[in-house]
Each structure stands twice: as C-alpha cells, then as structure tokens.
Design a protein around this ligand. Structure first.
Ligand code: ADP
Length: 438
C-alpha cells in the first residue's frame, strides 16, 4: 500500500495540468482566456466535490468493491480501505483457525478444563469436564462453578485466591470413587483456567502409604509398652553394673514410644478434612503454655508471655495446644541456657498471630523450605539429645492446615528464630463486653 498514493499523485497532477493546458490553448485560439480558465477550474472543483461525495457514500456503504479503478489519486484512495479490509479478513480467518485448533486440542485433553470469568462463571469446558466434574453442555455454561460442584472445601479454595498449590483429593461430583486434583491458572484480565486431573491412582497409593504408617505405628505401640513396662520394673540396685545400659534402654524406648505416638498423631491429622470446632479461651491456653515452658526450661531461660489482645480462636483446642506446645518445646530445646524466649499473642492486620521467639541457635535459610518435612532435622544429634522426634513441625503444619492457618518462620543463625502461626479473620472470636464483665 505504501507508495501507491505517492505514485498516483503525479498521474492526477498531469491530468489536472492537461485540463488547464487545454483551456489555455482554447482561450488563446478562440479568445476569452480568463473565461476558459475559470470554466476549467470550476469544472475541476465540481468534479473534486463530486468525487469526495462519492467517496463518502462508498465508505458509508462499507462496500468491499473498489468504486473507481484508475491509476490516479482517487483510485489509490479507493484501494486503501479495500486492501486493509482484505488483510483484516485473512487475519481473522487465521485466528479462527487457531482458536479451532486450540479448542480441538483442549477438548481432547484427558483432564477436565474449565474457563472461568472473574466472578467464577463458566465460559467454556471440555468433554472431560462432563465426565470428571459432571458439567452438562450447554445448561451449565454461565453457571457458577462453586454452585455446581457443591463442596465447601472447593468453594473456600476458589474464594481464597491462594492457588499456587493444587487442591488435592477432591471427590469427583460425578463419581465419588474418583479423586481429583484441582489446579487454577489465572490468565488475561482476571480470567481463570481450572484444570481437574484424575488422581485416584496416586491417592490410592498415598492411602496405602498412610495406612501402612498408621498400622505399623499401631502394631509397635503394644510391644513398646510392654518393653517399657519391664524396663521400669528392673531396679537399678539389683545389678549396678547394668545401670548405664538400663538408662540407655529406657531413653531409647521412651524415644521410640514418642516417635510412634507422633506418627499416630500425624496419621490421624492426615485422615481428616476438618476438625470439630469450638471457642478456645486463649488466655488460659497461653498461661498453660508458659507454665509448660517454665517446667521444661527448669530455670535455664528467661521466658516471657506477651498478650497484646484478648481475642480468642475458633478451632480444635486439643490439636492447637499440641501445635503451640511443640513450638514452645522447640524454643526451649534449641536455645542454650541463659537465652530469652517470648510467647506472644496479638492481632496483626486483621489476622491473629501466635508467635514463639527465641534467642537460640537459629536455622540457616537453606534448611527452611524443608524444615516442616517429617524427620527433617538441621542437626540430628542435637534433636536426639534433646528428645526430639523430627516430627514436631510436621504436626504443627498439619494442625495449622486444618485451621486454614499458616506457619511463618523467621530465623537467623546465631541470633534466634521466630515461629508464627497466622490465623485468618474467620478464626478470630473477639471477646464481647458482657463476656469480659462475666
Ligand atoms: P525435632 O523433634 O527434631 O525438634 P521438629 O520437627 O520439631 O523436630 O523440628 C525440626 C528441626 O527444626 C529440628 O531438628 C531443629 O533442627 C529445627 N528447629 C526447630 N525449632 C527450632 C528452633 N526454635 N531453633 C532452632 N532450630 C529449630
């Protein structure tokens, strides 16, 4: 298109010059030159106006045919929109083809794929979504995904906006025996792609693993209790030379019992989707934790309790107490004598935070991503020496997950650590004036 106008301009100029030259010649031959020139100029002007009018009408009609096909400036002007339209059309055709190819590919995917708009309404889904999620075409188009799937866990996850991790082990609405893994991929302007994958096989294997650990732990419990009982029956003064061996046997059997108990706790927590909830009186829980810390420390540390709010929590008192006391016991065990430990409870930006800070040995950043894994220890000997099982933080993570809360760890080697349990606003129960008075 470029250069067409430039090439057409001389043609039109020559034509105009031709008309004026003819008028000039006629004027010179026949006389009345001025009249001839005026007539020629007026003619050219009228023709120009007529062409502009014709061009306007043609543009308005949106016609795809070139109105005037000549090599002058008008021909070029007519050709510009037509060429532009043709180019647009072929671009659109290519896009449609591409879209069709995408749709065919997405439709053939074995994973359910659902396109959601910003409000969670369904814009499109593939055939696998009918099989796995029970969506039916076209009735469910425009419907809200959470209304159709009807699972409080899925609704909470969808509304939470925290989609970096997939939501695992969701029973398929169309078939309870199928277990799905849901993943949300945000794209464009607040649109979301929801992908649901059949994870039944993986979940079965995971269940077998969980059952195995739970069964082994359960089976070990009785023999361990027996061994422990007999060890306690043996009086040290019966055979003083065996005293060190007996001490070691007792320590190890106590450790094994603790590992088995922690494994059973983890299996129990893993098997649950939610916990029975009640209002937890945080003031008394925190004072109990302080007493436990004092008993464990035996005066080796300065322990402070800082209560910045009288808010309470909604959750499972037993499990939360076990999680909090794991953090407190870690602070005591990993802080050398003379160190300071602070247990605090406060509201921060609408969230409730239970935190345990210590001036202990701290944890290097490279260990932090794996610290909540089972049996992960920064230093095995230190953990063992202080009676650790390597399962404490794993239990804390699971308990917090069941309360939709998260564990934040802030630590510096040689300076100390802060372990914070951050609870969402929905878990906070603020004490009312009448309760305070009571
Ligand atoms: P353990 O029973 O070994 O204490 P945990 O799961 O409670 O197991 O903790 C995992 C590891 O994290 C510990 O072995 C220890 O190395 C590190 N850790 C936990 N809490 C602290 C802390 N307050 N200060 C320093 N290190 C800690």
């Amino acid at each position: 298109m470029n250069g067409r106008i430039e090439r057409a301009l001389p043609v039109s100029l020559w034509r105009m010059a031709g008309v004026l030259a003819a008028a000039l010649a006629l004027g010179l031959l026949a006389g009345g030159l001025a009249w001839w020139l005026l007539a020629a100029t007026t003619g050219l002007l009228v023709q120009l106006l007529w062409r502009v009018y014709g061009y306007g009408l043609w543009l308005q009609s949106g016609s795809r045919r070139v109105g005037i096909d000549d090599s002058g400036i008008w021909g070029a002007l007519y050709r510009i929109p037509v060429l532009r339209q043709r180019r647009e059309l072929s671009r659109r055709r290519r896009l449609v083809q591409l879209l069709r190819a995408f749709r065919t590919t997405a439709a053939a995917l074995p994973d359910a794929t659902v396109v959601l708009d910003e409000s969670g309404a369904i814009l499109w889904f593939n055939a696998a979504a009918t099989r796995l999620l029970g969506l039916s075409y076209p009735q469910d188009l425009g419907g809200h995904f959470s209304n159709l799937v009807r699972s409080p866990r899925v609704t909470r996850w969808l509304e939470g906006g925290e989609w970096s991790e997939p939501l695992m082990d969701v029973p398929a609405p169309a078939d309870d025996a199928l277990r799905l893994g849901l993943r949300i991929i945000p794209y464009g302007r607040s649109q979301r792609l929801l992908v649901a994958r059949d994870m039944s096989k993986l979940m079965q294997l995971e269940q077998v693993r969980r059952d195995f650990v739970a069964n082994v732990s359960h089976e070990l419990r009785t023999p361990l209790t027996v061994v422990h009982g007999y060890l306690d029956l043996i009086e040290p003064d019966q055979s003083p030379e065996l005293e060190p061996i007996l001490m070691e046997l007792r320590t190890q059997s106590r450790r094994m019992t603790q590992i088995v108990e922690d494994l059973l706790t983890l299996s129990r927590l893993e098997a649950q989707d939610s916990l029975p909830e009640e209002r937890i009186p945080m003031q008394s829980v925190l004072h109990t934790l302080k007493r436990e810390a004092d008993a464990l420390s035996m005066g080796r540390h300065t322990i402070n309790l800082v209560l910045r709010t009288d808010a309470n929590l909604n959750g499972s008192p037993k499990e939360l107490h076990s999680a909090f006391s794991n953090l407190v016991s870690n602070a005591v065990r990993y802080t050398p004598a003379g160190g300071r430990i602070e247990i605090s409870w406060e509201l921060r930006e609408g969230q409730a935070v239970f935190a345990v800070s210590d001036t202990g040995q701290g944890i290097a950043p490279s260990h932090l991503p794996r610290i909540t894994e089972r049996f992960y220890r920064v230093s095995s000997s230190r953990s063992r020496d202080t009676g650790g099982t390597g399962l404490g933080l794993s239990i804390v993570k699971h308990v917090l997950q069941l309360h939709q809360a998260r564990l934040a760890i802030d630590s510096e080697v040689g300076v100390g650590s802060t372990f914070s349990c951050v609870f969402g606003a929905e878990r906070i129960s603020l004490a009312t004036a009448s309760e305070d008075a009571g």
